[in-house]
Design a protein around this ligand. Sequence first.
Ligand SMILES: CC(=O)N[C@H]1[C@@H](OP(=O)(O)OP(=O)(O)OC[C@H]2O[C@@H](n3ccc(=O)[nH]c3=O)[C@H](O)[C@@H]2O)O[C@H](CO)[C@@H](O)[C@@H]1O
Length: 341
Amino acid sequence: MKTVFISGGGTGGHYYPALAVAQALKEKGYKVVYIGTDKGIEAKKGFPYADEVILFEMEAVRGRGLLGKVKGVYSLLKTTFKVKKVIEKENPIFSVCFGGYTSFPLGVGSFLTKTPLYIHEQNSIPSYTNRLLSLFAKKIFITFEYTKKFFNPTKTFLTGMPLRKAIVEEAKKYIYTPKDKKTVLVVGGSQGAKKLSQITVNLAKTLPEIEFILIKGKWEVDIPSLNNLTVYDYYENMEKLYKQADIVVSRSGSGTVNEILAFGKYAIFVPYPYAASNHQFYNVKWLYDLGLCEIVEEKDLTEEILKEKINQSLNKNLLKLHQEIKKYSILNSVDKIVESF
Ligand SMILES: CC(=O)N[C@H]1[C@@H](OP(=O)(O)OP(=O)(O)OC[C@H]2O[C@@H](n3ccc(=O)[nH]c3=O)[C@H](O)[C@@H]2O)O[C@H](CO)[C@@H](O)[C@@H]1O
């Protein structure tokens, strides 16, 4: 059986596309070995489509003080040499990395062992890990057209974002039907967004005619008991919530953006302002320029502004927008990637 190594974790944004591609590789008969971190989402949820899951100690470098950066670099280099040993033992035919610091050890380990390397970039503006890995990657798969300019064009391919199978299957069948009672889904990415969550709770009190579904993530938020507000810390089957929603209010992490496109939802995006190189803003700027979403920057986010945007959005022709937005979704991303190996 041919072995493939795969890496991408830490947060849902790297983990879910890695999982979607791993599932397809497994179905094609490959032995899949997953390399992740012992602190990421993969440590909590496991990595179901891998034959072997190896979790190492890895620390981020970005967004930390000098000492933290030194510790991060040290942990990544130490882990790279451990991963290199595993590669030498298992002899994979290729490796696939989904970016973020958790991909560094497998990416560099693949380079050191001359294992063909493929990388996928989820965001409009590439992470530093992927910029480095792109220098020796065989092919670079990108999610947004905008990203082409950052990589060598001869080995860069637009594949879109690999989404979970359940999401793709539901999205393919889904056609939006406007209802009288409107539902607003508010989601802060896999980690939530505190200010957005608090504002949503306040809005649910003042807009009783609208149904709110809030995914609040890990944050502590005061939740009153209201008939029109349902709150989850985390929701496993997101396709159900996307189908229920008339519009979505969300961070603009690539996973969520591409799921919103898949279901053709008009959305109000509040990009995470501290994302590397402001990539969350550029993940949706192109969609905004087409008139197919709203963007509210975190610094401008208030209860009044969000209320106004929600009311304006719900009064738009959401069925027409649904049909337009869906055109920008790439639902066969996993196939495009797997066929390119
Ligand atoms: C703060 C930060 O830097 N976040 C980055 C992180 O996003 P982060 O992991 O926060 O978010 P994404 O939007 O990319 O992905 C979240 C994923 O989690 C799933 N989900 C979320 C909530 C829930 O209750 N249930 C659930 O299943 C979503 O359906 C989605 O598939 O990686 C993304 C991809 O590299 C980047 O674009 C983001 O900028």
